[in-house]
Design a protein around this ligand. Structure first.
Ligand SMILES: Nc1ncnc2c1ncn2[C@@H]1O[C@H](COP(=O)(O)OP(=O)(O)OP(=O)(O)O)[C@@H](O)[C@H]1O
Ligand SMILES: [Mg+2]
Length: 366
């Protein structure tokens, strides 16, 4: 595996800070849009803006998202190209993903030197189509929705592993990318950000469990490229009515910035963890997501056997990195603690119940 350290502190330090006027100027100069409205969207490492633009017919308007990548990740054009090619590929297979609008020179993206005080930093700028739907975070989860989300996770992994062959694909081997579940042991470098000793001990326990019960088995698992971030803000839902009752289908899969080489079981674990966070009844969530995933991609007994530990690993990654990011930018504390609010409670609850009891609940459904 390549040893390419993506430095979290550099990513955070190079977050863009464009104002709306700069966004309008970029939309006009790079994409020839006549902007009628612009507003900021939530952002973690990058900056995202909603843009509404006039069309030839004055009664119509078009909607877009402008994504301005942080300075550090903007240096890796091939990786951004790979993420963008995945969106285009999935869209061509009928999946609901944003697609890029080409620049006025016919490119997928444009590297722009953007002034920020006395210095200029280069940021990759892309314009993506805007997808309709409501973020899953705003909708009360039902077993049916969780099943649909689990199935969509499988559709993504399956479609990509069978057919996605763009040359940029190799950049998904992201070395020690901290969000790849196989890099759980690297959390030891960041765990000092957790002030409470009792919580640091929990994290160390999760890492040890990963090293003894997951790492030795990975070589036999189904490999694939993972979306790697199917959280409830990266999934859009739309109401459908079938046989007289309301249901929701996935109308948007967003945010391909955390893609990397992984395994089917990683995608399941990540999706379960995020779906648990905001749930009022978190334990059964895993069973519904797993059932949806396995309706397309059945897992082996060995893969299933690592699911509990991998879900705890994702909680550990999310909780430790939230604390670490607060050290870097204390002003983002409120946003960064979204996951953490209930996350520690869920993680402690899983550990105190234990693998066997939790699996019993999950596997009964799936
Ligand atoms: N193409 C789109 N269509 C509709 N809504 C979008 C689209 N892209 C982004 N959004 C909205 O903006 C939010 C943030 O976008 P996104 O998930 O891409 O960035 P992020 O999670 O902040 O990550 P980062 O800042 O690291 O790129 C989404 O959760 C969604 O609500
Ligand atoms: Mg997101």
């Amino acid at each position: 595996m390549a040893s390419k350290r993506e430095c979290e502190s550099l990513v955070t330090a190079s977050k863009p800070s464009l104002n709306e006027r700069q966004i309008v100027e970029l939309a006009e100069s790079i994409f020839h849009l006549t902007v009628s409205q612009v507003k900021p969207l939530p952002s973690y490492d990058d900056q995202n803006f909603y843009i509404q633009a006039h069309c030839d017919n004055p009664k119509e308007f078009a909607e877009y998202v402008m994504k301005v990548t942080n300075g550090e990740n903007s240096k890796d054009e091939e990786l951004i190209e790979a993420q963008t090619r995945v969106m285009m590929f999935l869209d061509s297979k009928g999946l609901p993903t944003p697609t890029p609008v080409l620049t006025n020179t016919g490119k997928l993206m444009s590297l722009e030197a953007i002034e920020n005080g006395p210095v200029a930093q280069k940021h990759m700028v892309r314009l993506l189509t805007y997808l309709s739907g409501t973020p899953a975070a705003k909708i009360a989860m039902t077993p049916g929705i969780l099943f649909n989300i689990g199935r969509m996770a499988a559709v993504i992994d399956d479609t990509l592993s069978k057919e996605f062959n763009h040359p940029s694909k190799k950049s998904f081997d992201r070395g020690d990318f901290i969000w790849n579940l196989s890099n759980t042991p690297f959390l030891r470098e960041y765990v000092h950000a957790v002030k409470e000793e009792v919580l640091r001990d929990i994290i160390e326990g999760v890492i040890k469990d990963y090293e003894t019960s997951v790492a030795p088995k990975l070589k036999n698992f189904h490999k694939c490229i993972n979306h790697g971030d199917l959280n409830d803000h990266n999934i859009l839902l739309e109401k459908t009515t079938s046989l007289g009752h309301d249901d929701y289908k996935v109308s948007g899969i967003l945010d391909f910035g955390d893609m990397s080489e992984g395994y089917y079981i990683f995608e399941v674990a990540i999706t379960i963890m995020y779906m648990m966070i905001e749930s009022s009844d978190p334990l059964p969530v895993g069973g519904h997501v797993l059932a949806g995933f396995e309706s397309l991609l059945p897992l082996t007994t060995d893969e299933r056997d690592t699911l509990f530990t991998l879900v705890t690993c994702r909680f550990a990654q999310s909780l430790v990195m939230a604390r670490y990011n607060i050290l870097l930018c204390p002003e983002n504390e409120e946003y960064l603690l979204t996951t953490a609010k209930t996350g520690w409670k869920h993680l402690m609850n899983l550990i105190s119940l234990g693998k066997e009891a939790v699996e019993k609940i999950w596997f009964k459904t799936a």
